[in-house]
Design a binder for this molecule. Structure first.
Ligand SMILES: CC(C)(COP(=O)(O)OP(=O)(O)OC[C@H]1O[C@@H](n2cnc3c(N)ncnc32)[C@H](O)[C@@H]1OP(=O)(O)O)[C@@H](O)C(=O)NCCC(=O)NCCS
Length: 184
């Protein structure tokens, strides 16, 4: 899987391995929770505080069955840089996505769309998924609009949002479930 960007650098995909966990943890935390240098056009740092993922959590995913973390790398000449990831898990006939993250320094270069597209193809090919499902934390209209442009819509269902170690910075946060059919 590859795609050339406007900067003439190329996005390439590969499946994460156990030796990627440290760089993955940094990437995910930076993209979701930011910090001083954060330049995310959409993140969660105004909504929640705490870890988005741990090294052990990443290892558990990579050691699990029927799931994978898909990586996007920006390749320019001899240089390769991890710029994004998404977790895909087979849940019966569904492909469940989570942990979609693009390095804030590389956002708006197409890496998010690249990962979503590849993930949909991967789910069809490897898990025979009929659709892709996922959750978005409430209070992120710009992200919902982004998903909508990618063909995802709310299912009408919600779920509690209480990850371990995470503090809510605003009242009433919950998950909004979204889905996209892969058969139409
Ligand atoms: C959401 C995320 C994965 C998108 O990745 P990305 O690489 O920035 O996205 P892409 O470059 O593929 O797409 C950029 C799109 O965002 C739009 N965009 C860029 N800046 C924007 C802004 N300030 N407001 C609204 N939309 C904006 C672009 O116009 C483009 O949309 P279009 O092509 O339909 O016009 C990334 O921003 C991210 O990691 N965010 C933090 C973690 C997160 O929230 N993950 C999702 C959890 S469910």
């Amino acid at each position: 899987m590859s795609q050339t960007t406007e900067r003439k650098a190329k996005l390439e995909g590969r499946i994460a391995q156990l030796n990627d966990v440290e760089s993955l943890e940094r990437l995910v935390q930076y993209a979701f929770r930011g910090g001083k240098a954060n330049k995310s056009w959409t993140g969660e740092e105004h909504l929640v505080k705490g870890p988005r993922i741990t090294i052990d959590g990443l290892k558990a995913i990579l050691n699990g069955s029927d799931q994978a973390i898909l990586l996007a790398e920006m390749v320019e000449g001899a240089e390769r840089k991890l710029v994004g990831c998404i977790h895909l898990q087979k849940e019966g006939e569904h492909g469940h996505i989570g942990m979609l993250a693009v390095d804030p320094d590389t956002q708006s270069s197409g890496a998010g769309k690249f990962l979503m597209k590849w993930c949909e193809e991967y789910a069809k090919e490897h898990y025979q998924s009929k659709d892709i499902v996922g959750e978005v934390v409430s209070g992120r209209p710009e992200l919902m609009e982004w998903y909508h442009r990618m063909g995802y819509n709310p299912t009408g269902e919600t779920a509690p949002f209480n990850p371990e170690g995470v503090t809510h910075l605003v009242e009433g946060l919950h998950f909004v479930k979204i889905s996209k059919s892969l058969t139409t």
